[in-house]
Design a protein around this ligand. Structure first.
Ligand code: GLC
Length: 478
């Protein structure tokens, strides 16, 4: 039996700001329980909903030495869908209404969390063979493990994996402060270790010290070796490319299942979508106050409203996108300029555009079920989960060919009757617009071909089964 500990800053259903939480909260369920004991450790944020906090069981507490500080660490535990979760408690670090705040606070918060995660293992008597770390917030785990923890027999031989969900976020702060708060020796703060361009860099620490590195799609694993996608760490990524694997994310197929989903009004599947899916469109039009017309081409956008997701392209041609024969439904929050943009167009075209500038899981499911197409023109996309949700719900993705979008959406080819969506290559607003228009043409003029695109999309299997197998290979190899 191999023991694996996921250490991460977020996990569904407890706390989520992005796709990272979906992955951490679903992948552990897909390992064979006879072969693997996979557990998860995250912070016990005060912003975790009460319904979950109530169910957590207090295990014990200890005091952690972090540089010159001595800090309380409470350990809580909970079984959820067959997985053991540990929650590390310290209200000084983990209070507030969001998991992350100002970067200088987060830097100390996650030095604390990383060291506390390791320190708690002998106390709960769980010695993982592998610690699987996710994103910069856990970048110091491999570093601490190679540092003082080596003096303790318990930790010797534990392997680490660092998974990059988004290379853009690295956890960068000035060296002196990090040295002081993390309690790491000056030895670590050189350009071959934690230092990058004069500053301390948590993710870099993880990438240097982890035994293996993964990222969330094959294409992104290649892209990050180049300066454009490498976020100034392409040199290091190249140097470690022998230890780098791209494994595309899967989707929780129980959670996202149009035939059983309790959050949508009309359930359907690959056989019944032709009749049933459109009922969800009508219901959503009614709910959002859009013109109630089941024929109208409806495009969905569910996203963090940031530059990464390609919103500057949408901004550039939004007037053309919101033409009379189209409805645009947006859900998400993010940069103010994009929030204003969509609010403005919802005001300008109330019959055609709806902007929900907040996040709602329920509404997101309704959008996947209702829309004809889903727009995701990302500048870069390590994996992307929304296009997988769209494919599962018979909603045709329109994407830019980058990262996981390239690996999971096959462009429609009208001559060979192939493809599950529409895509474009260059980061160019008019290329995107032409692709949207082409999709719309197929929708309005070649409905049978459109439905075959949906057939092929719904037949794809992006459940975790395939990808979990690749992690198993890696866990066995390491
Ligand atoms: C990040 C990436 C996204 C990926 C997710 C889960 O949010 O931006 O592409 O799907 O992590 O790995």
């Amino acid at each position: 039996m191999k023991k694996v500990l996921f250490v991460a800053s977020e996990s569904v259903p407890f706390i989520k700001t992005g796709g990272l939480a979906d992955v951490v909260g679903s992948l552990p369920k897909y390992f064979d329980k006879k072969e693997f004991d996979v557990r998860v450790m995250i912070p016990k944020y005060t912003s975790i909903p009460e319904e979950y906090k109530e169910k957590m069981e207090y295990v014990t507490n200890f005091y952690l030495e972090l540089a010159w500080r001595k800090q309380y660490v409470g350990i809580f535990k909970m079984e959820y869908q067959g997985i053991t979760y540990y929650f590390l408690d310290n209200e000084y670090y983990f209070s507030g209404d969001k998991p992350y705040g100002e970067i200088f606070q987060d830097i100390e918060k996650f030095a604390f969390f990383d060291k506390a995660a390791l320190s708690s293992l002998p106390i709960i008597d769980f010695r993982p063979d592998i610690i699987h770390c996710h994103d910069w917030q856990t970048g110091l785990v491999p570093v601490y493990l190679k540092d003082s923890f080596q003096q303790n027999e318990f930790f010797r031989g534990i392997k680490t994996i660092m998974t990059i969900h988004n290379l853009k976020f690295q956890g960068i702060w000035d060296k002196k402060t990090v040295m002081d708060t993390a309690g790491l020796d000056a030895y670590y703060f050189t350009p071959d270790k934690l230092e990058a361009y004069g500053d301390a860099n948590y993710l870099k620490g993880g990438l240097v010290y982890a035994d293996q590195i993964t990222t969330v799609s094959e294409t992104y694993a290649e892209e990050i070796k180049t300066p454009f996608y490498g976020e100034k760490l392409d040199g290091l990524i190249n140097a470690r490319s022998g230890c780098l694997t791209g494994i595309v994310n899967g989707l929780d197929y129980d959670e996202y299942n149009p035939s059983t989903d309790p959050l949508i009004e009309f359930n359907y599947d690959a056989r019944t979508f032709r009749k049933e899916k459109v009922k969800n469109k009508k219901a959503l039009q009614k709910e959002l106050g859009l013109a109630q017309d089941e024929k109208k081409f409806m495009i969905g956008v569910v996203s963090r409203l940031t530059d990464q997701k390609g919103f500057d392209l949408i901004d550039y041609v939004i007037e053309e996108i919101c033409s009379e024969d189209t409805q645009l439904v947006v859900l998400g929050t993010g940069e103010e300029k994009y929030e204003h943009l969509f609010r403005h167009f919802a005001w300008k075209y109330p019959e055609r555009v709806s902007a929900s500038i907040y996040y709602s899981n329920e509404r997101s499911h309704k959008i996947y079920a209702a829309c004809d197409a889903f727009l995701m023109p990302s500048l870069f996309e390590p994996c992307g989960l929304s296009q997988l949700m769209s494919l599962r719900y018979g909603t045709v993705p329109i994407v830019r060919e980058t990262g996981g979008l390239k690996d999971t959406v096959e462009p429609y080819n009208e001559y060979e009757n192939k493809g599950t969506g529409f895509s474009f290559a260059n980061y160019n607003a008019h290329e995107m617009l032409n692709t949207i228009r082409y999709a719309k043409y197929v929708y309005y003029e070649k409905k049978r071909d459109w439905n075959k695109i949906i057939d092929r999309g719904m037949a794809m299997d992006f459940s975790w089964n395939n990808s979990a197998r690749k992690y198993v290979e890696l866990y066995n190899r390491i």
